[in-house]
Design a protein around this ligand. Structure first.
Ligand SMILES: Cc1cc2nc3c(=O)[nH]c(=O)nc-3n(C[C@H](O)[C@H](O)[C@H](O)COP(=O)(O)OP(=O)(O)OC[C@H]3O[C@@H](n4cnc5c(N)ncnc54)[C@H](O)[C@@H]3O)c2cc1C
Length: 540
């Protein structure tokens, strides 16, 4: 197999690529090749929900990117895990299912993207979804992606969290993806019966028996092949051999926010000022490639608890043993859950028209964790828990670019976190909210001590310092091949076609014109559902 011809070639079998693979092969009319740099997802720690602590630093399934030192983070770098495996980042993520706010998509449309308003995208969210509670005006049922309610099995401390939120004026919301997002509640998760439901398990594996789908793993795409401005195929490396595959209809990049812009630049589609110094011929001057990088940043406040937390359940060896028995016996217990068990969306100022802050409650703490570990199953010995905040729509914009023509060299990533006053002010408002929550009757009885940042951190200046020292990515980089009408700034048009090229689309988190208010997996899956529809319509 050194030369192959298909109708479509999809690069990347992540959240978006798996949806595309399924939808583009469904009719049987088109032959589709999927190239995935990573390997099989049939791994215990991918299937077990809490296993994302293990895959977090596992190079076998993870690209393990690192940003450049960030001035906004006091010169620290930020570690960016990204899935390199079937299912992509949906195979190593924390499984929280959040679509965002209707205004997010109305904003996308207002930025010059007709057809991307809330009423346009809602049917695609519903199409992908199999909500455990059934479908209604807001939710879908019968789709490939099962969404599970875990409220009945979360840690009892979640009740204290919800009571504290109510005392702080945050009402209970039974469904963040229903009529309104505001409020506190339990996160729904992409799981089925205690097993992770990645995009691969939902969309790719069920399609693999179709004879018109060819999946190549361990296949690193190195560039798209061009004839003039028309894309003809993809060059890739597999087991050390260079190969090419040809596409009669289209090549679709679904390699994610870091690798899709990287591939465009490696192919000579990008800013001449980036490509020429590296000796790469500029096929298309596309200055927007790699710009508009956006990410959610978060910070946690960590508390010592007077009541038992997951720390007490999971720290001792017998606790781990019991957790294993519960999981293997009936897919129950803490291993069958994400640690983000409680959540919320709040307005940090009453005059705001929509929620601007996301909350994460985890009945567990990891202050004693050695560096470069994420020991979700080996928490601190004493009872502890944490509440995190993350502003929904940061205004800081970063960029990334390749630094070598070698496709195995990671791009340089500059997130530019906290580079606007607005973003610093919002993080401080979020931290102040956490202090208010900690002072509620319920939490002031529960909390023995604020371990981080600690009560000596008092003024706005102190809090800003703490945020620069401790905040980190919430793993939602997006926007680096932004959708929009202006080829000088945007990379794809509203049908996700690369401006100035023929037969080339980008369909993944990189096309987000702006971050959505919440976690990004569900929005990426929606983008791919809609993208697949557009691709199929354009084929007739
Ligand atoms: C640790 C972590 C926790 C997260 N938690 C949540 C959460 O709880 N809820 C939520 O909604 N979102 C979460 N996210 C974010 C969410 O998972 C991502 O936004 C989403 O999966 C991105 O989808 P994508 O299709 O754009 O990219 P990905 O899913 O990353 O897929 C890209 C795929 O392309 C492949 N690829 C890349 N380059 C090449 C190449 N050159 N050749 C071939 N293949 C290539 C990659 O290996 C990968 O499989 C989390 C992410 C991480 C990393």
């Amino acid at each position: 197999m050194t030369d192959m011809t298909f109708d479509y070639i999809i690069v990347g079998a992540g959240s978006a690529g798996c949806v595309l693979a399924n939808r583009l092969t469904a009719s049987g009319r088109h032959r589709v090749l999927v190239l995935e740099a990573g390997g099989s997802d049939r791994r215990f720690w991918i299937q077990v929900p809490i296993g994302y602590g293990r895959t977090f630093y596992d190079r076998r399934v993870n690209w393990m990117y690192e940003t450049e030192p960030e001035p906004g983070l006091a010169g620290r770098t930020s570690y960016w895990p990204r899935g390199k495996v079937l299912g992509g980042s949906s195979s190593i993520n924390a499984m929280v299912y959040i679509r965002g706010q209707r205004e997010d998509y109305d904003d996308w449309e207002a930025l010059g993207n007709p057809g991307w308003g809330w009423t346009d995208v809602l049917p695609y969210f519903k199409k992908s979804e199999d909500n455990g509670r059934g479908g209604d005006a807001h939710r879908g049922s019968g789709g490939p992606l099962h969404i599970e309610d875990v409220a009945h099995k979360v840690h009892p401390l979640c009740e204290d969290y919800l009571r504290a939120c109510a005392e702080a004026g945050i009402a209970f919301n039974p469904d963040f993806n229903g009529a309104a997002q505001d409020g506190a509640g339990h996160y729904q998760v992409t799981m089925r019966s205690g097993r992770r439901m990645s995009a691969a398990s939902a969309f790719l594996h069920p399609a693999r028996r179709r004879s018109n789908l060819r999946l190549e793993t361990g296949a690193l795409a190195t560039k798209v092949l061009l004839e003039g401005n028309r894309i003809t195929g993809v060059a890739f490396v597999q087991k050390g051999r260079r190969k090419t595959a040809h596409a009669k209809l289209e090549v679709i990049l679904a390699a994610g926010s870091i690798n899709s812009p990287q591939l465009l630049q490696l192919s000579g589609i990008g800013a001449g000022s980036v490509l020429q110094p590296l000796g790469i011929d500029v096929h298309l001057e596309a200055p927007g490639v790699g710009l508009n990088l956006q990410d959610h940043l978060g910070v946690d406040h960590v508390y010592r608890s007077r009541k038992r937390t997951l720390n007490n359940d999971l720290h001792p060896w017998w606790g781990k043993l019991w957790a294993g028995v519960q999981y293997l016996g009936w897919r129950g217990g803490p291993l069958s859950l994400s640690v983000n068990q409680g959540g919320g969306f709040i307005r940090t100022r009453p005059e705001l028209e929509r929620a601007n802050m996301q909350l994460y409650f985890s009945p567990v703490s990891f202050l004693k964790a050695p560096p470069k570990t994420r020991p979700l199953m080996n928490p601190d010995p004493d009872a502890g828990f944490l509440v995190g905040i993350s502003p929904c729509r940061p205004t800081s914009r970063g960029h990334l670019h390749i630094m070598s023509p070698d496709p195995t060299v990671p791009p340089r990533i500059y997130p530019n976190y906290l580079s606007t006053e607005h973003d610093v002010a919002e993080m401080i408002e979020g931290s102040r909210f956490l202090r208010r929550l900690a002072a509620t009757p319920t939490f002031s009885i529960l909390i023995k001590e604020e371990l981080q940042p600690g009560l000596q951190v008092e003024t706005d200046e102190d809090l800003a310092d703490d945020i620069r020292q401790r905040s980190g990515t919430v793993y939602h980089p997006s926007g680096t091949c932004a959708m929009g009408p202006d080829p000088k700034r945007h990379v794809v048009d509203s049908r996700l076609r690369v401006h100035g090229m023929e037969r080339l689309r980008v369909v993944d988190a990189s096309i987000f014109p702006a971050l959505t208010s919440g976690n990004t997996n569900a929005p990426v899956i929606m983008v791919a559902e809609k993208g697949a529809d557009m691709i199929l319509r354009d084929a007739v």
